[in-house]
Design a protein around this ligand. Sequence first.
Ligand code: KG4
Ligand code: ZN
Length: 355
Amino acid sequence: MKILGIETSCDETSAAVVSDDGTIISNVIHSQIAQHAPYGGVVPEIASRSHIRHIDEVVRQAMEEAQMDYKDLDAVAVTSGPGLIGGVIVGLMMAKAIASAAKIPLIGINHLEGHALTARLTNDVPFPFLLLLVSGGHCQILEVANISDYKRLGSTLDDALGEAFDKTAKMLGLGYPGGPIVEKYAREGDENAYDLPRPLLNRKDCDFSFSGMKTGIYRLIEEKKSQNPEILKDKKFIADLCASFQKAAGDVVVSKMERAISLFKEHHPHADDIVVAGGVAANLYLRERLETLCAQHAMKLTAPPLKLCTDNAAMIAWAGIEHFKLGRQDDLSIQPRARWPLAKQPAIIYFPFNK
Ligand code: KG4
Ligand code: ZN
């Protein structure tokens, strides 16, 4: 079985062909980072226009690299939400056109489910598993019992973790996206240099809040600036602050995951898999902290390869394969969704699987 995946929900235009044995036959990603970088974040209108401009070429290239014709595909899977609505519309229209012209099934995929299931594509992780989903727009801990069977144990009350990385980088004038840059500076810095707020650390739940951490960083920068207006040119200050932020974020994530592990174990005493997914899962410091936590609790951590952590269409194609194997497909009337909580997906209608 081979499925074409299409992803356009944020700032990557991507198309991929994936086979049900887990082979990524092609995975073309056109990044818009350079266009958004001057603004320090994704500008929705620029994103929509760029998706329109590049989608044809990206899909054509993915098909050419896979050396396939549209009618040889078993289905087309597409991110139908959640995300920036302009981009989601572009991808969905493209997928509908392909499904309609090639007369192949269409499967709408929740972008977050794409991230969630990547570890099954790359590492065959069995259900159930505990999932830490950390990206630019989302920060959640979920129990994944099966396809479409998600239970949310906690989520952020304000900013996502990736957003906190991006805003920290922006306040320090480091560019976009902030995650990889902050991580790079943090490697050279002293993580104990500044004691930043760790919001909700002692609250006995699995929820996060990062806006207080951001305010703490803002205040610290302002205070330092008042003493030295050139402080943002001081590489040591930048590195120390990045390292201190990363440590504070790591402390919060580890403590919330510790709580989540005990809840997960109550429901699934014999399960021992933890998956970290989403763009922030590319952060090696965070992975190390999670590795240590997993070792302490006799759990196994799976983190997808770096290239599959950030947005890509291979994960959408794979989620499509998982759904299609269960006999699910959508009709051409499916709608794009700006919001679509993973833990509350609508009931799925299963069709007989006859491919
Ligand atoms: O999953 P993703 O590509 O897009 C969304 O669905 O949001 O995640 C992008 C986010 C950005 O906030 C980016 O700064 C963050 O992931 N990110 C990282 C790293 N690489 C990407 N955050 C921390 N460390 C990294 N190495
Ligand atoms: Zn994403």
